[in-house]
Design a protein around this ligand. Structure first.
Ligand code: ZN
Length: 280
């Protein structure tokens, strides 16, 4: 019979089971593996699984809340060396990107409406719309492709190009950040982490925007409100991380925000263009 006290004690094994290093505590100082072997009883397995999940959950929840309501704090914490208590920047971004894909599957950000033959995008704050020409409709009909089938293929093709934006925008944003703050001598890591946190925030903001029901044609006042929120967030985050005056920070925030909107628009237009080129 093992008691809780036994489970907390330093285990009897003297060497790390993974790399053979002599142990000095609960974790191997060479490879990081926990000294205690995983519980073998059903109760022990369930208990460590529950502990693991609550740990991952509380860390993810803490990170998502911080990235949403405390601009720049996660980046500042990471750069100050407090890394274990939050989800890693890349993981957080991949989580936001996964959520973005998931929402896009049910409520596509770029859609084709077979009834109006219109393409509508809600991706950037300005929004975009266009209409399929009569000749393209005739060509599709000649090929025996209905507009409903086209809609399905179109939305699939656009979703297929999403990774290009998700990877490309972070890399370019980080590079421009490095350019704007080249005097700060912080190294590219600081800019990469900032770009990941900002992009995670923006994806989450777009998800929230997508899930609020409203008239999608042509942006509207709600889109403008979101743009202002994002711009203010970006300026506050830059100021927290780089501690420059507002006078220096605001133009950089405006430039970076325009850059991000530009990347989003470029990606959206090329995705729509490529999807049409392939499918018609
Ligand atoms: Zn080890």
């Amino acid at each position: 019979m093992s008691t809780p006290a036994d489970e907390l004690a330093v285990p009897a094994v003297a060497e790390c089971e993974n790399c053979g290093t002599a142990l000095q505590g609960r974790f191997c100082h060479a490879c990081g593996q926990e000294a205690e072997p995983p519980a073998s009883t059903a109760r022990g397995v369930l208990r460590s699984l529950a502990a693991e999940l609550t740990n991952v959950d509380s860390r993810a929840l803490r990170s998502v809340v911080r990235v949403l309501v405390r601009p720049g704090e996660l980046t500042a914490e990471y750069l100050a060396g407090r890394r274990v208590r939050y989800t890693q920047p890349l993981q957080l971004y991949l989580g936001a990107a996964t959520a973005f894909f998931f929402v896009n599957a049910y409520h596509p950000f770029v859609t084709f409406d077979p009834k109006t033959r219109g393409v509508v995008s809600v991706l950037n704050s300005a929004g975009a719309s266009g209409r399929m020409s009569a000749s393209v409709v005739r060509d599709l009909a000649a090929k025996g492709v209905s507009l409903e089938v086209f809609q399905e293929r179109f939305e699939g093709a656009v979703a297929g190009y999403l990774p290009v934006f998700l990877v490309g925008s972070v890399l370019l944003f980080g590079m421009v950040l490095a350019l704007f703050y080249r005097g700060a001598r912080r190294g590219y890591l600081a800019h990469a982490v900032f770009a990941l946190h900002w992009s995670a925030f923006y994806l989450l903001l777009m998800i929230v925007d997508r899930l609020i029901p409203r008239d999608r044609a042509g942006g509207g006042p709600f889109g403008a409100v979101l743009a202002v929120i994002a711009l203010v967030y970006l300026a506050m985050a830059l100021r927290r991380v780089h501690a420059e005056s507002w006078l220096r920070t605001v133009p950089k925030a405006a430039g970076l925000f325009l850059l991000y909107q530009f990347l989003l628009s470029m990606w959206m237009l090329s995705a729509i263009g490529l999807a049409f080129a392939i499918l018609t």
